[in-house]
Structures are given as structure tokens and as C-alpha cells.
Design a protein around this ligand. Sequence first.
Ligand code: NAD
Length: 296
Amino acid sequence: LKLNLHAQVVRDAGAVLTIEGGKGFGQVIAYEAMERGIERARQLGICAVGLRGAHHIGRIGHWAEQCARAGLVSFHFVNVAGDPLVAPFGGTDRRIGTNPFCAAFPRSGKPPLVLDFATSAVAFGKVRVAYNQGKQVPPGALIDHDGHATLDPAVMMEAPLGSLQPFGGYKGFGLAAMCEIFAGALSGGYTTHADTLGTNHAVINCMLSVILDPAAFDAPNAEAEAQAFVEWLKASPLAAGSENILVPGEPERATRAEREAHGVPVDPATWQQICAAALALGMPAQQLEHWSAAVQ
Ligand SMILES: NC(=O)c1ccc[n+]([C@@H]2O[C@H](COP(=O)([O-])OP(=O)(O)OC[C@H]3O[C@@H](n4cnc5c(N)ncnc54)[C@H](O)[C@@H]3O)[C@@H](O)[C@H]2O)c1
């Protein structure tokens, strides 16, 4: 991770921008890369941004929401370069990152539709939380080092290491592979293979973002059509045990509102890890004790 860096446009081909992240903070680099792409998509109707070599850019939905706030549609293919955690469909060891895919559709006066997921059956962060909480992971999420299915998150934390499974069998695997190539190769960054395996636990993301101005299409009814479809979906009779029908982005908005009102749950093991990191960096123990009182 390199401090105080900004996104650098290394090639400007009009509707195609190649941007170097230089291992700078992902939150700064991806924000600036999207600002460049948004400006260009407004001028030209479309912009493809190949962002390479940013340090961890976090939740991809954030970048899609930035485009949606500007009234723009976007989709994003991301790789986690040189840091494999996921086995290929039919394979038994880690060869691919958790490579997220994200797509968003803005709606005036309404929150955007935001589809945003890791192509692994579960995100690695959720496996770590399950491990810290002493819980099992859902079936189909993990295999051990021998390739056998397991529910035990320890196979991702303790040697010999196992792997995450792609979601949706060969379809999720195929999407993960295309994310790797679109993001890692087209951006001028790198894909995961024997020569690029990371050794320092840094998360390096590359992202291909395609940003579209809906006003550039001959589609004055696009938003009304999208809304009619959402209402059509929501009118489906509920399945047994289902409380509602949600569209992409709705669960995250509900969780956000809940957590802004009641706080973010942090399990004790995760809190101890945060405290250990903070103490190692010189944060006063007194400050941590003050916060610890608030952790349940
Ligand atoms: N930067 C990186 O390297 C990296 C790598 C992997 C994942 N991530 C991020 O991690 C996050 C977690 O991903 P995840 O795979 O755990 O996501 P998830 O499985 O929680 O959700 C995936 C998507 O499904 C939708 N969804 C969930 N429940 C739904 C329901 N009942 N009905 C309708 N839609 C529903 C959500 O709105 C969301 O768009 C994402 O934000 C992703 O961008 C980042």
C-alpha cells in the first residue's frame, strides 16, 4: 500500500481510459477513476475505464452507486490480482480471487438497483467472521485441501489450506474467470498465475468499469419499463417462508438503515483482533477500553 497517491490516466483513447492505481488507497483511486469515467460518459454516452493496480477497492457497489448518483448505468468486473482463494469448477486448489461483479441502474427519485456480489459462494470476509464466531459456513461454500466439501471455516484460516467454491457451479466459475481477464488483462494490470502470486497479503484490485448514459439511447421509457418490471416481480405470490421479494440493493439499504440506528455488530474475537492491531500501532489502551465497553 502506497500512501498519498492519485489515479493516473496512462492512456486516454476517448471513450476508453486506462488508469494506473499504483497501489494507492483503493477508496481514493477508485473514486477518482469513476469521476474520470463519469465525465467522459456524459460527453460521449459511454466510457470504459480499465483501472489497474489499486490497493483494495472494497465494496464495488460503492463505485456503481457513484455512477448512479450521476444518473449513469454501470457494470464492473473486478479481479483480486495474484491472491487466489477460489477453486476452479472441477478443481481442488485455489486459483482465482473472489472476483466481484457489480451492475447498477439509476432511478430518478428512487434508490438505484445495485447488484453486487463476490463470485465465490460466500465472500471471504464472511468466512472469517464465521471462524471468529465459531460457526459453520453454508453447504457448497468450501472444500478442504484434499478437495472434499466441508462446512468448517478453519480450512481457510489454518494450514493445510482449502478453498472457497465459486457460486452457481460452472456459471459462477465462468463469470469469475471473465472478471479476471476483463479486469486484470484489459486494464494492463495482471491476472493470477504462477508468476504473479502475491507474497505480502496486499489486496490488489483491477477493475473494468463500463459506464453508460441512459440518455444517449433512444429509450425515453427505459426507467418506466424498469419500474414496471420491478413491480411485476414484486407481485409474485410469496413462496413458503418468504416475507417479501427484494430487488438488488434493497437488502443492503435495509441493513444500512438498521445499523445506522442500532450500531454495527462486532463479535468478541473480531474486536480483539482490531484491538491487537490498534495497540500494535500505538493506540492508547485507555481509548480501546472505552470502546470495548460498547461491544456486546
Ligand atoms: N474488492 C474486492 O476485492 C472484493 C472481493 C470480493 C467481494 N467484494 C465485495 O464484498 C461484498 C460482499 O459480497 P457477497 O458476495 O457476500 O454479496 P451478497 O451475497 O451479500 O449479496 C449479493 C447481491 O445480492 C443481492 N441480494 C441479496 N439478498 C437478496 C434477496 N433476498 N433478494 C434479492 N437480492 C438479494 C444484494 O442486493 C447484492 O446485490 C460485495 O460488496 C463485493 O463488492 C469485494
